[in-house]
Design a protein around this ligand. Structure first.
Ligand code: SF4
Ligand code: SF4
Length: 343
């Protein structure tokens, strides 16, 4: 039997070893089929359905990650029908998603300033870099502060004071990551209980006033910056859901289900799990299983409430003793991230 098969994708012929998938063949051709729940070197367990393609002669589209390449097969990967199916798959995932890619303060900013990142740079002792960002501010009157979630606890972060403080420092040009823009999902209004969970990231001190009544000292600026609850997403720059959502112009609210509550689990080694961002792709479950984690991860719940969890409701640290970092690396969204992935 011939050890290779030849198929056509979007009119281009490609020869691959027998047993390859259509996705393998497309990658060999350099055709970028989106895939979220498939990771090279792991078994395909299709769930996200964003890698769908049209097989000539068939009515239904198929997930390319789990479709074997058969000699003579003809595939279309870029038709309007295929794009619409991928968009729908993304919209279904987004309908059950809870997270802000971009924080409310940045969304409100007329120049899309990445305000949480600027604040972290002040807090982390990089005021010159923060200053290069702050000088983009057009002084719109403080739309940023009006949307700051911290107001639900006590008072908004004093973003305008922080911008004034930072803008006076250094002369560098703005860095590439100074602004956000683009696709974003939105959490919307949050409950007092959810604010308690967001506050894990923030210093609970009262809003800091400049002692001289005018401008922050370095120390005052750092203290005020520590009040930020960090409600932007740690994965915003490498999240596949965000990337493909933008690429296929997916609507974030088309299939919006009743909103789940914001929650966050923390692992002592710095892994953070946010169930609201999990698309139930199963990659982390598979990685933990392959690494023979004693407990590992599993799917818990039913129907739309299925999420990844540790068996017997044990803490994340018990489930992931060896491969916490590998799971964060593989996670296609911001559901599993490492705290050290900070700006
Ligand atoms: S996980 Fe992705 S889509 Fe969700 S908030 Fe983060 S960046 Fe946005
Ligand atoms: S936590 Fe991430 S890797 Fe694990 S199932 Fe959810 S989306 Fe997939």
């Amino acid at each position: 039997m011939n050890e290779t098969v030849t198929i056509h994708i979007d009119g281009q012929a490609v020869t691959v070893p027998r047993g390859s998938t259509v996705l393998d063949a497309a990658r060999k051709l350099g055709i970028a089929i989106p895939a979220m729940c498939f990771l090279e070197g792991h078994t395909a367990e299709p769930s996200c359905m964003v890698c769908q393609v049209k097989v000539d002669g068939e009515d239904r589209l198929r997930p390319s990650c789990a479709t074997a390449a058969v000699d003579g097969m003809r595939i279309e990967s870029e038709t309007a029908e295929v794009h619409a199916a991928r968009r729908t798959a993304l919209e279904l995932l987004l309908g059950d998603h809870l997270g802000d890619c971009v924080a409310p303060c940045s969304v409100a900013c007329p120049v899309d300033l990445n305000i949480p990142l600027m604040i972290r740079r002040i807090r982390g002792g990089q005021p010159a870099l923060a200053g290069a960002m702050a000088r983009l501010c057009r002084d719109c009157g403080g739309r940023c502060e009006k949307t700051c979630r911290r107001a639900a606890r006590d008072r908004p972060v004093a973003i305008r004071n922080l911008i004034r403080y930072a803008a006076d420092i250094g002369e560098e040009p703005p860095p590439d990551d100074a602004t956000t823009g683009g696709f974003s999902t939105h959490v919307g209004r949050v409950s007092p209980e959810e604010i308690d969970r967001y506050m894990v990231e923030a210093n609970s001190i009262q809003r800091v006033k400049p002692a001289d009544g005018a401008a922050y000292t370095d120390e005052e600026a750092r203290r005020e910056a520590s009040r930020c609850m960090r409600c932007d997403c740690r994965a915003a720059d490498d999240c596949k859901l965000r990337e493909y959502g933008a690429l296929y112009k997916a609507h974030t609210r088309k299939y919006k289900s009743s909103r789940r509550a914001f929650s966050q689990n923390r692992h002592p080694q710095g892994l953070i799990y946010e169930p609201g961002k999990c698309i139930v792709c199963g990659l982390c479950v598979q990685i933990a299983r392959e690494a023979a984690e004693p407990l590992g991860l599993t799917f818990v719940g039913r129907g739309f409430n299925v999420r990844v969890g540790v068996p017997f409701d044990r803490p994340l640290a018990d489930g992931l003793r060896k491969v916490a970092g590998a799971c964060a690396e593989a996670c296609p969204t911001g559901a599993l991230v490492l705290e050290e992935d900070e700006a």
